[in-house]
Design a protein around this ligand. Structure first.
Ligand code: FAD
Length: 428
């Protein structure tokens, strides 16, 4: 295949992995990112809008395994923590607190707690060393013509911007491309422009749940050097305090802390926002035991300081137009986080897309009379993006549905008698 000009919009985990797949195939890759480089210490930390750590599973690991860079997986996995199951926290009628581990996999396979920013940085570090990759930070996609294969970016006013603009005024640049990969997240601009070129079915839903982050600090009381003693609760589990209508979860981090998330309907947020002093009692009632891990003052401070963010679920199809553009990751299928698969599914999009590009390239190049390439070159070139839409959309829609269903499982069913009976029968 002739080496092409790829542009990737969005340098999140999915866009960065897509850039690596393209660059490893020898294409010329330009990555355009709205924000500044997240490795720059002066950049606003990602956790203002994104969860600090997340669950990495085989779906995502496999996509990194096939990226053509052993260093990537080695680096990412080195700083992950295996989680063999979930740990359900509750309180018996007697008032006694209990913890109940529930394995994720009968064969003992784990999922991994990973730092989202570290994973992203590992990808950017590898890409930066590749001669055929160029970054354009502080560049916001504002328009695209997918027939002429031209896109427009507004250069954000930043001293660190690669294209200097006069103070205070945004400059626009025009860029031509052969193939655009849109990985610009749930509110994707690429998807918005793609809608004008294809008959896209589109559905979005905000669920009535907001999320806010908290932190369980590392254990500073014990003097022991044993790494396990840094953690106040088991580091090998994803911890859940199910509250029927709400849920509080905790995921371990390497430094002994846990990133925790409170998922709760907006009305409950409003109730607590009106008087944050009620928060510790609310936690003691619904998430017993948490206030002994997060002191009430810290609990209130996090609730007051950290944003209370919505959760969106998006389904659309197709994911491509002709041979000029595809969307991947949250841009194609933002999902609620309860199945821990949003990023994992996005990374899998990349592996699927490039497997199809490779397959169709092989068909074009083989002169196999039993499997001829289409005569029309534009049909030939769009075969892989079309197949990507056809195979990927149904899978992504299914994962979106599972993610929505798993909220009920996590916040309620894990405690129900039916769940316990089913589990007992399965184990029997
Ligand atoms: P993003 O990470 O959103 O990256 C998009 C990038 O595009 C951003 O850098 C943005 O600045 C840039 N951009 C946006 N607009 C433009 C523009 N116009 N021009 C140029 N650039 C632009 N997933 C899991 O797999 N496991 C989990 O455990 C998990 N937990 C989660 C917990 C919470 C609370 C939440 C909210 C999400 C969770 N997710 C999880 C989902 C995961 O965070 C996302 O699926 C993942 O970040 C999507 O990656 P992405 O690269 O597609 O998009």
């Amino acid at each position: 295949m002739a080496k092409q000009k790829f542009i990737v919009v969005g340098a999140g985990p999915v866009g960065s992995l897509a850039a690596l797949y393209a660059a490893n195939r020898g294409h010329k890759v330009k990555i355009y990112e709205l924000r500044s480089d997240l490795r720059d210490p002066s950049t606003t930390p990602l956790n203002f809008t994104k969860s600090i750590n997340l669950a990495l599973s085989e779906r995502g690991i496999n996509a990194m395994r096939h990226a053509g860079s052993k260093a990537l997986l080695d680096h990412v996995m080195m700083s992950t923590i295996p989680m063999s199951g979930r740990m359900i926290h509750g309180q018996r009628p007697s008032g006694e607190l209990y913890e109940e581990p529930q394995l994720y996999d009968v064969h003992g396979r784990d999922i991994y707690a990973a730092d989202r920013a570290e994973l992203n940085k590992a990808l950017l570090d590898i890409l930066e060393k590749m001669p055929n990759v160029k970054f354009y930070f502080n560049h916001k996609l504002t328009g695209a013509d997918f027939k002429r294969k031209v896109a427009w970016f507004e250069v954000q006013n930043s001293e660190k911007s690669s294209s200097k603009s006069s103070a205070g005024r945004a400059k626009e640049v025009e860029v031509s491309f052969d193939f655009m990969l849109g990985a610009d997240g749930a509110h994707s601009s690429v998807r918005y422009h793609l809608m004008k070129y294809t008959q896209m079915d589109y559905q979005q839903e905000y669920i009535d749940t907001l999320w806010c982050e908290f932190q369980i600090s590392p254990n500073r009381r014990r003097k022991s050097e044993h790494p396990m003693e840094r953690f106040l609760i088991s580091p090998y589990h994803l911890h859940i305090w199910p509250g029927k209508q709400f849920m509080f979860i905790a995921i371990p981090s390497e430094d002994g802390s846990f990133t925790c998330t409170l998922f709760m309907p907006s009305a409950n947020y409003a109730y607590l926002e009106a008087d944050t002093s009620k928060l510790p009692a609310f936690f003691d009632h619904h998430f017993p035991g948490v206030t002994s891990l997060i002191p009430p003052k810290e609990l209130i401070a996090s609730f007051e300081t950290n944003p209370h963010l919505p959760l969106i679920s998006i389904k659309c199809k197709p994911y491509h137009h002709s041979d000029s553009v595809v969307i991947l990751g949250d841009a194609a299928h933002a999902m609620v986080p309860f199945y821990g698969q949003g990023m994992n599914a996005g990374l899998e999009d990349v592996r699927t897309l490039f497997a199809l590009l490779d397959k169709h390239e092989a068909t074009e190049e083989s002169n196999d009379p039993t499997n001829p390439a289409p005569a029309d070159p534009s049909v030939q070139r769009s075969a892989a993006p079309a197949e990507y839409s056809a195979v990927r959309a149904p899978d992504a829609h299914a994962i979106n549905d599972l993610a929505l269903q798993n909220y009920v499982e996590m916040r309620d069913s894990v405690l129900s008698p039916t769940y316990r009976l089913r589990k007992a029968l399965e184990e029997w």
